[in-house]
Design a protein around this ligand. Structure first.
Ligand SMILES: NC(=O)C1=CN([C@@H]2O[C@H](COP(=O)(O)OP(=O)(O)OC[C@H]3O[C@@H](n4cnc5c(N)ncnc54)[C@H](OP(=O)(O)O)[C@@H]3O)[C@@H](O)[C@H]2O)C=CC1
Ligand SMILES: CC(C)CCC[C@@H](C)[C@H]1CC=C2C3=C(CC[C@@]21C)[C@@]1(C)CC[C@H](O)C[C@@H]1CC3
Length: 418
């Protein structure tokens, strides 16, 4: 079948075979992590303690609970927003509008959960339901991706993403065909990227903290740190929600299985791995070490936020006094590239800050197990791959100016190393 867009975009993720392998490997890895985090040895590379049967994974009540969670987040998305932002210009020169009310959704969720807990909701029981919940989320992601694939069959060519339209159904199902699938003004990709998964992640962390308090009398210092750091990260993402509109996920990638599964299942159930590990494998942590870890997280956050805010401020208004003095390279598109400040240090300073924070989230779990470091390893691979994808897109967009930027700023993520 010919590509609906005429010219074919180069295949990514190892083409159809790679996409098929990832569709099996990613859910399998997520279930493996959930199982080993509970097991005594907690070996990342060892076999899982048991293979869960359908009676462990499938529960209609859990599916209902999961759907109610999605429904609650969708209802909060539809509430009046403090601001409506415009996305990047599309192929047909139009711009979509997006509600900026993610932080409001986080606060309202916290209030509702607080009320429910004080009315007797046993939030500490949630950790026991992680396996069937993850199964419900995976099932939802598969069905949702299938519906999105079918919806794209009737979408106009101008609505299709540059990538996921190779004509190979497996590859296109994985990458996603339509760029911004919507029903009326409800944008599925934007909604999923920031709401049910990210807010679900902090809720799972909180439930693990509460269960630890029930089991051991009070939450451990390590559990407080992991909860605090990750809440800061999610709160920051929702506070700066508008910035997600310029990420490649929104502007370039279609909405298919990769993002549906990543947003709805992978983020809440694997990003909460450290807290899951700590519930079953308590780790001693003294105040001096805790202070060092807080410092590492603060350094990571400082670089991450500084770099992201500098670029966002510059893209919004290059004459803003906070960025007007920075050195730039002009490009043929009329846009400029920053070549001093954070973006003159390495080509992805925000990834560097993010990786330092990832390390700080694992350190409270001690150094006796590799399992809590899964996030650091996975995230390094994700960001190295993401950096290479972004590089290709920038080379296509900016040509010689991008080559000049690479010459002036030779390191990608880690100064003098990579
Ligand atoms: N926790 C997680 O799982 C994940 C977290 N992240 C985080 O999300 C954030 C966003 O990441 P991501 O979407 O990958 O990309 P970036 O925010 O790094 O954006 C890359 C874009 O920035 C612009 N740009 C690059 N260099 C320059 C420069 N020198 N001057 C001005 N603009 C430049 C280009 O777009 P243009 O020129 O068109 O503006 C480029 O395509 C990051 O902080 C990342 O760490 C990302 C993925 C997963
Ligand atoms: C399942 C696969 C391995 C790939 C899944 C990728 C997704 C988990 C990520 C793709 C881009 C993401 C972004 C974020 C979370 C993870 C996903 C959805 C953030 C929202 C995290 C917070 C940051 O401040 C902004 C990020 C934007 C990209």
């Amino acid at each position: 079948m010919a590509s609906p867009q005429g010219s074919r975009a180069p295949l990514e993720f190892g083409g159809p075979l790679g996409a098929a392998a990832l569709m099996l490997l990613l859910p399998a890895t997520m279930f493996h992590l959930l199982l080993v985090a509970h097991s005594g040895p907690a070996r990342l590379l060892g076999p899982p303690p048991y293979l869960p049967g359908p009676e462990v994974l499938w529960s209609p009540q859990t599916l209902l609970l999961w759907l109610a969670w999605l429904g609650l987040q969708a209802a909060l998305y539809l509430l009046p927003a403090r601001k409506v932002a415009e996305g990047q210009e599309l192929k047909d020169k139009s711009r979509l509008r997006y509600p900026i009310n993610g932080f409001q959704a986080l606060v309202l969720t916290a209030l509702l959960v607080g009320l429910a807990v004080s009315a007797g909701l046993p939030l500490g029981a949630l950790p026991e339901m992680l396996l069937p919940l993850a199964f419900a989320a995976t099932l939802t992601a598969f069905i949702f991706s299938l519906l999105l694939y079918l919806k794209a069959l009737v979408a106009p060519a101008s609505a299709l993403a540059p990538g996921g339209n190779s004509g190979n159904p497996i590859y296109d199902f994985f990458l996603g065909r339509e760029l911004n699938p919507r029903i009326w003004s409800f944008d599925f990709k934007y909604f999923c990227e920031l709401r049910p998964g990210l807010i679900g992640w902090v809720l799972i962390n909180l439930a693990l903290l509460m269960q630890e308090a029930e089991l051991r009398g009070s939450p451990s210092l390590a559990m407080w740190l992991v909860n605090g750091f990750q809440l800061l990260y999610v709160g920051d993402a929702l506070w700066h929600e508008e910035a997600v509109l310029t990420t490649m996920d929104i502007t370039h990638d279609g909405f298919g299985f990769m993002l549906a599964f990543g947003d709805l299942a992978w983020v809440p159930f694997t990003y909460s791995l450290q807290a899951q590990f700590l519930l079953h494998h308590p780790q001693p942590l003294g105040l001096p070490m805790a202070s060092v870890i807080c410092l590492i997280n603060a350094v990571g956050y400082y670089i991450f936020r500084g770099a992201n805010s500098q670029k966002n401020t510059f893209r919004k208004n290059p004459s803003d006094p906070r960025v007007a003095g920075l050195e730039t390279i002009p490009t043929a598109t009329g846009r400029q590239l920053l070549v001093s400040g954070w973006w003159g240090m390495v080509r992805h300073p925000n990834y560097l800050g993010d990786l330092i924070m990832a390390l700080a989230w694992s350190l409270p779990c001690g150094v006796s197990h590799l399992l809590p470091y899964f996030y650091v390893l996975y995230f390094t691979a994700l960001l190295v791959h993401r950096e290479a994808r972004d590089e290709q897109q920038c080379l296509r967009k900016y040509g010689l100016a991008w080559r000049e930027y690479c010459r002036r700023v030779p390191y990608r993520i880690l100064p003098y190393v990579y």
